[in-house]
Write a protein that binds this ligand. Structure first.
Ligand SMILES: Cc1cc2nc3c(=O)[nH]c(=O)nc-3n(C[C@H](O)[C@H](O)[C@H](O)COP(=O)(O)OP(=O)(O)OC[C@H]3O[C@@H](n4cnc5c(N)ncnc54)[C@H](O)[C@@H]3O)c2cc1C
Length: 365
């Protein structure tokens, strides 16, 4: 794609990028917005339990009805074998009471991109932003497989890699090395609508039913420990499953769909989250432990706040929102770390194991 200078280029069409795109069009309709998404939303996506508070944000974005029409599976609570081998209902661990959802993430993300498009955003699917350079007070952006465009402002919504913000000199500060060793199952959805979380000596497991009758299950441990345990290989993963009998029961008779997908799930924050002509949203700005089931909600929220900041700067010349946004990301992360410490402290059965010892080490502010 080659075109004249646009106002905002958003790299990444996950929940964070799509929320930013939709809010920009609502808040500053005079601005031209292009969203470049590397994928075609075809493959399965990870991060499927949506917390109850997301309903309000989806409503604010004007996509509530379309979301409901997609028929995502309602979820009422999390059953957690945490601190004890017997699971207890824990609502949504970090979150408010109420009805949440088990999402078909690919369908959910694709819906948000279509809704952005319907609001006047140009969505380029299958377009990866491979480079962005400062030029004439804006950006020259190179796309893969081909094309180039110029933009006044850049939003990094590329997920936890924050690939563009890091090019701008921002640094990722991680407090752990958590990774998810994830498998999808064709069936095994069952009738229990809860997410199940089960701690073990080297981390914890979760499993959740998916819309359409399938199921997802993941072994969450530090990347170095997971490699040592063989969690990235189907055989090793199956062996480890013996450490989580409740999750094993939920998967009984279910057929694995493909191999083990390994995803970084470190708790980390970008420093800074905004700079001259750019800001980062969603996982690019900060990443929460999946134990929280807050990642998608946080991405929708930060995309929304970021769009107000960028819109004020570009449409009114008011830079105050950019500083506020950076502080918002930092404060939100500090609050999250306090809750994270509390939850990990509730599990004390394996105090000498490296995974749990690391979680007891205080994280500097
Ligand atoms: C194992 C695991 C389990 C999780 N479980 C949950 C859960 O149950 N509930 C929950 O709320 N959260 C969960 N999360 C977290 C959640 O998935 C993320 O917080 C959420 O997806 C963040 O949204 P985002 O839009 O910031 O980034 P992403 O969803 O990562 O989207 C980034 C988008 O950018 C695109 N992209 C990347 N690079 C480029 C580029 N250079 N150019 C163009 N496009 C690009 C990608 O294709 C992708 O579409 C989980 C995470 C992990 C690792």
């Amino acid at each position: 794609m080659d075109q004249g200078r646009i106002d905002v280029l958003i790299a990444g069409g996950g929940p964070g990028g799509c929320a930013a795109a939709m809010t920009l069009r609502a808040h500053a309709p005079g601005l031209s917005v292009v969203l470049a998404e590397a994928s075609e939303y075809a493959g399965p996506r990870i991060g499927e339990t949506l917390s109850p508070a997301a309903g309000r944000v989806l409503d604010h974005l004007g996509v509530w009805e379309a979301f409901r029409a997609q028929g995502h599976r309602e979820a009422y609570a999390t059953a957690a074998a945490w601190g004890s081998p017997v699971p207890y209902d824990n609502d949504f661990l970090f979150a408010a009471r109420g009805t949440g959802w088990h999402l078909d993430r690919a369908a959910f993300d694709a819906l948000l991109a279509r809704e952005a498009e319907a609001r006047g955003v140009t969505v380029l699917r299958g377009a990866r932003v491979r480079d962005a350079r400062r030029e004439d007070g804006g950006w020259r952006v190179a796309l893969a497989p081909g094309g180039e465009l110029r933009a006044r402002f850049l939003v990094d919504a590329t997920g936890a890699r924050a690939s563009l913000a890091r090019r701008c000199g921002a640094r990722s500060r991680a407090v752990d090395r958590l990774a998810g060793f994830v498998r999808f199952f064709r069936d095994g959805g069952g009738s229990d609508p809860r997410t199940l979380v089960e701690a073990f000596a080297d981390g914890w497991w979760y499993t959740a039913p998916l819309p359409g009758g399938g199921r997802v299950a993941a072994c969450m441990t530090d990347s170095d420990l997971g490699r040592g345990l063989g969690a990235a290989e189907p055989d090793g993963w199956e062996r480890l499953l013996a450490s989580a009998p409740r999750v094993g029961d939920a998967l009984h008779g279910a057929g694995a769909d493909g191999s083990v997908v390994v995803r970084a799930a470190r708790s980390r924050r970008l420093e800074p989250a905004a700079g001259e002509g750019w800001l980062a949203v969603g996982d690019a700005a900060s990443t929460f432990d999946p134990l929280s089931s807050q990642g998608v909600l946080k991405a929708l929220r930060s995309g929304t706040f970021a769009a107000y900041a960028a819109g004020d700067l570009l449409a009114k010349g008011d830079p105050a929102g950019m500083e506020r946004y950076h502080s918002f990301v930092a404060d939100e992360f500090a609050g999250y770390l306090r809750i994270r410490a509390r939850y990990y402290a509730e599990e004390s059965r394996w105090p000498e194991r490296p995974f749990w010892r690391r979680r007891r080490t205080p994280v500097p502010a």
